[in-house]
Design a binder for this molecule. Structure first.
Ligand code: FES
Ligand code: FES
Length: 221
């Protein structure tokens, strides 16, 4: 009786015999053909020597910067890899977590979902531009006071988003939960939760984040 080892050897030998027979058959059909290890022509095409790039200017946290970037560079990678502003985090790189939120011309945006070349001449604010360790932005101070974070990975995006949310409410921009589009939205917890729903916190600091934003909103009101 065959053991499993016998069976696997037989199968291997079968494959070798099959492959060599196929090669012999191919050579017999076309005597001029020679065995080749080269890949198909499409795979042998030489790589492009240059990639499309563009010149652009950005004002980041008040400082002017001139770039020449591969057109495919996201705003997030421009900030992190070219300016070394690593406060803005790359969580998912797919627009699903909000860790990369920055403000472009005063409006929040997922910087992983937008190309830098689309923002030539724009003004970008990152977490580094909101405050400093010695002089925290009121929203940063409120996050510290209310323990609005644990690991802190989502926090720069949460804070940039929260600052922009209060400006959106102040400007009267409605959200999905606004009851009446003709009335200025309120600063309710429901409004804040809905507007912050694109910023995921894996540590679950949501209730503390809402407390922090509410405090800053109250101060402003
Ligand atoms: S890294 Fe941009 S949304 Fe997650
Ligand atoms: S504080 Fe850890 S993910 Fe939000």
């Amino acid at each position: 009786m065959n053991t499993s080892t016998d069976l696997s050897i037989s199968r291997r030998n079968l494959m070798i015999v099959g492959a060599s027979s196929a090669a012999k058959a191919a050579t017999a059909a076309d005597p001029s053909s020679t065995p080749s290890t080269l890949p198909p022509a499409a795979l042998r095409a030489s790589p492009p020597t240059s990639v499309p790039s563009s010149k652009l200017d950005l004002r980041v946290n008040g400082q002017a910067h001139a770039f020449e970037l591969d057109n495919r560079t996201t705003l997030l990678d421009t900030l992190r890899e070219h300016l070394h502003l690593t406060g803005t985090k790359k969580g998912c790189d797919h627009g699903q977590c909000g860790a990369c939120t920055v403000m472009v011309d005063g409006r929040r945006i997922n910087s992983c979902l937008t190309l830098a070349v689309m923002h030539d001449g724009a003004s970008v604010t990152t977490i580094e531009g909101l405050g400093t360790p010695d002089r925290l932005h009121p929203m940063q101070a409120a996050f510290v006071k209310h323990d609005g974070y644990q690991c802190g990975y989502c926090t720069p995006g949460q804070i940039c988003s929260a600052v922009a949310v209060l400006d959106e409410i102040k400007a009267g921009i409605p959200s999905h939960v606004s009851a009446d589009l003709n009335v200025r939205p309120s600063l309710s917890a429901d409004e804040l939760r809905e507007r912050m729903s694109g910023n995921i916190c894996r540590c679950g600091a949501y209730s503390n984040i809402i407390e922090a934003i509410t405090e800053v909103a109250g101060r402003r009101a």
